[in-house]
Design a binder for this molecule. Structure first.
Ligand code: NAP
Length: 265
């Protein structure tokens, strides 16, 4: 679904010398917490998502504590709309130094019939949304020979989990896409950072705590990602550590054991 683009009220603050970060999926969860954190670190922040009211509220919150944030509404899976959002934001706050391609969602994958619309939508948003954002930000970074590309993937990208074929495959594709990019961009001043969280308490997390071992808060996830940005750390980062270790074991289990463990018939 393509949501009409609209501009949101902007701050009157003049362009500053701080760095610029654009965060997709900034209207809730990890993206929202990270945008707040980056603003508190002195970044001018560009906010992208579909829910303009949420972005507007966040931009005001950042403004009220002395930061600078601008918002642009776009569906990340709509290439033209996303590119327009980048242009609008860069006109307002300057060229992107840090891109955080965070927007994403999960939905179960059915077998009979296959819920093909959901599958296509998952790939469009979780994979192409990342690729389109990189397409928008990368030329400027290459020209300036500096920048950082961060994608929020998932520990679920390391193995196809039962019932989650599209989500896991979309995140696996993000991981491998960034792996290639990291090699392509060696020596060109651009860091490529893949972030693979375990469970994070947000709107997409199941409420049943037994299904979400070692869950962390969105603020905690944002703090970890902000640290990777602050230190310009490239590479792949899995957290929290205990969940990453658990998934390391789970990934080696035969399918029948895994299905029994998670009660999947
Ligand atoms: N929560 C977890 O346990 C967990 C674990 C591992 C990885 N992740 C990943 O973390 C990222 C953030 O998710 P979250 O947990 O913070 O969930 P969330 O609170 O639901 O946030 C998702 C964000 O993505 C945006 N979004 C979704 N579809 C979009 C679209 N088509 N176009 C533009 N924006 C879109 C949403 O904004 P609008 O609805 O306003 O567009 C929202 O801002 C996702 O990539 C997710 O896969 C989450």
């Amino acid at each position: 679904m393509t949501v009409p683009e609209q501009r949101l009220p902007r701050s009157d603050r003049p362009p500053l010398v701080e760095k610029v970060a654009i965060v997709t999926g900034a209207s809730s969860g990890i993206g929202r917490a990270l945008a707040l954190r980056l603003a508190s670190m002195g970044y001018r922040v560009g906010l992208i998502a579909r829910r303009g009211d949420r972005l507007e509220e966040l931009a005001r919150e950042i403004d009220s504590v002395g930061g600078t944030a601008f918002a642009a509404v776009a569906d990340v899976g709509d290439r033209a709309a996303l590119h327009r959002a980048f242009r609008d934001l860069e006109d307002a706050i300057g060229p992107t130094d840090v891109l955080v391609a965070n927007a994403g969602f999960g939905t179960p994958t059915w077998l009979d019939p296959v819920n093909i619309d959901d599958v296509e939508n998952t790939f469009r948003v979780n994979l192409m949304g990342v690729v389109y954002a990189i397409e928008a930000a990368l030329p400027g970074m290459l020209a300036r020979r500096r920048g950082q590309i961060v994608a929020v993937s998932s520990l679920a990208g390391d193995r196809g989990l039962p019932g989650e074929a599209a989500y896991c495959a979309s995140k696996a594709a993000v991981n491998v896409y960034l792996q290639s990019l990291r090699a392509d961009l060696r020596g060109r001043g651009i860091r490529v950072t893949t972030v693979c969280p375990g469970f994070v308490q947000t709107e997409i997390t199941p409420l049943d705590a037994t299904l979400t071992p070692f869950i962390i808060s969105a603020d905690d996830a944002a703090r970890r990602i902000a640290r990777l940005i602050d230190r310009r750390r490239g590479g792949v980062h899995r957290f929290p550590r205990r969940m990453a270790l658990l998934m390391g074991i789970v990934n080696r289990l035969p399918d029948f054991v895994l299905c029994r463990l998670i009660g999947h018939s």
